[in-house]
Every structure is written in structure tokens, then in C-alpha cells.
Design a protein. Sequence first.
Length: 390
Amino acid sequence: MKEPLDTMNSRERLLAALNHKEPDRIPIDLGGTPTSTIAVSALENLKSHLGIRSETRVMNPVFMTAYPDAEIVRRFGIDIKMVTPKPSGGFKLGSGPEGRVIDEWGIVYKKHEIAETHFIVESESPLHCVTEKEEVDRYPWPDPTDPSRVEGLRETARKYREDGFGVVANTPFLIMTHTQWMRGLEQYMMDTVLNPDLLEYMMDKILEIIMEITRRFLNEVGDYTDVVVMGDDLSHQGGLTYSPEMYRKLLKPRHKRIVEFLRSHAKNAKILYHCCGAVEPLIPDLIELGIDALNPVQVSAKGMGDTRRLKAIYGKEITLWGGIDTQWALPFGTLEDVRAEVRRRIEDLASGGGFVLAAVHNIRPEVKPENICALFDAAREYGKYPIRTE
């Protein structure tokens, strides 16, 4: 996509930034990954504010996120489009008692007690009580070979490429997270110490299924893909989920295997790693793995707020993707607070390329339309190269 005053199209702009070169302006993301999009209700409020009348396309029916409409993409100069595998064609999101829903993995979700617009994972995870590897083998796993998972995706990716967008292929590689959902968080954490063999067996079973889904997916869209997404939340607001030593023993070898797999199936694509929270102590490990970009740069988490420092230390080796605070500035700030947040992160992160601007994770339901407009309007105003820092 190319606006009248732009000298690059969206794909050229994204690739320049990912190669640590300065494009004509900072690439802007909304809806380019599952964790840089917008809640359905926030999008509908935004469209009402802007006078846009169109049907909202739901991206994730469990977490109630949406794809931005074409009018929103044009209005805000969004540079990135996403393709993602579908659930098996024979699967319909099931319903259970008390409004619960069940996905094709057997994971049960229930409505959040406060935030009625999205679901949370139920504590009764399907492998919670498993004690033997044979039980893991007998579980009714999803069929990774179902061709309906990728039906039509090649044409969609090709159309995005022809329209000049940067194309992101979202893979299901969330190995730790998926195992936690299947096992239950508490049991998973106990297993890391008390039953690591069984835990790793589950993890590798899930990995094999996801690798087969992704292999078939990238066979369809890999020729048109600029970025592939993987991830795991290795950290939370206040620190790491594991010690660095535990990460390097349990997960890093599997992440290495995933990176090698992605390199072999999407040879020309960059790899974007999603990790919320205070991940800085593990950024060197991610760089060592060959990760090209990190999302969402959660600036409200411990050690992540000094984005000028993060850029100085890591900015030549990894692209920082995100950075606009969604916990305080967007939901609670004034228009000027939002504009100041955008300007600060641009001044800290944009020099020399290596920055893709997006909200930290998804824009939540409570964010006012005016603040969303202020975010993206400021991104266009302050994001032109050369960046002014006065």
C-alpha cells in the first residue's frame, strides 16, 4: 500500500526497517499479528466514531479480537497484513455449560468474570490429570493434515503481496503456552521440577503437531511471506517466568528447533518472536537463536520502560516491534498523553530503522476512539524520516 506522499510501499517500508535501514517513515502495525490488533468492541466504537459502516471480521472468537477494516487500514496507513492457519474444517467451536467454549484441542474457555468481551482459559485443562506417556498418546489430538486448514490462504497472501503490503505468516508455535493450556498452569509449573520427563513428552507431542500444521501452511504462503511469527510468554509484568537456566534447559532447544524449521520453510522471511513482560534478561538468548524482531516491547513491564536504553543495547541486532503503552497511556491518558507516548517511543526507537510501531499487545475494549486516532495520527506525524528529536 502506498499513500500519495509516501516514497515506499508498505512492504518496502517494513523490509527496510527489519534490515535496520531507515525507510521513508516508520512502518505501522494494526492487525499484522494476533497480538497487535484490536478488541472487537474497541474497533466497533472506532468505526462508529469515524462514520465507517462495515461488518466487523472477528480474528479470534475466544479472545474477541478483530481484523481492522480496509477503511481503517487506509485511514491510519497500516502497512502489514496477516495470514494464519484455520482450525480443522471438521471442527466447530463447541459450547459447554455456563457459556464455556471448547476448541479443537479440547481446551475449555469461560467468560472472564469482569471483562465480558473475552474469554479466559478454564482451570480444567484436558491433560491436567495425565500421569503416563501412554495417556498422552491416547488423547484425541487435532488432525494436522486436514487440507481445509490452508484452503484459500495462498491466494490471500498473494493478493496482499500484490497490493504492496508486508505479509506476516502467523504460525501456532507457542509451545510453552499451549502446553500450559493443555496441562494447566499450576500443574505445568510443578512438572518442570517434579515430572520433567512427562512434561517434555507432552511438549514434544504438541510441537510435532504444530510443526506439521505449519509445514503445510508455509508450503502454501511461504513464497509471499515477509515475516513469520513464533513466541512464548517467557516473562510477566515483574520478571521472568523461569530462571534463565531453566529456559535454556527446557525451552531454548525447542525454540532453536522451531527457528531452524522456519528458516527451512520460509527461507526469505524474518522471524518475529512474541513475548510479553519483562523479557530483557533473555533478549541475548533470542538474538543468539536468530530471532530478527521482538514483539510487543511491553514498556510497562519491569526493565522495559527505558526504550532508549533497550535500543542502544539491542537495537542493532533485533528489531523492536510495538512499544506504545496499552496499560496506561491508551486507556487512561489524554489525547496529549497519547501523542507524547508515541513521540517518545519514536524518538527512542526509530533511529537507524529496526522499529515497527504498534500498540503493546491488543488495543483493549475500554480504549476511547479518540485515543486510537491520536495514536496512529501521531505515528504518521512524528514517524517520517529523518526523525526529528527536538
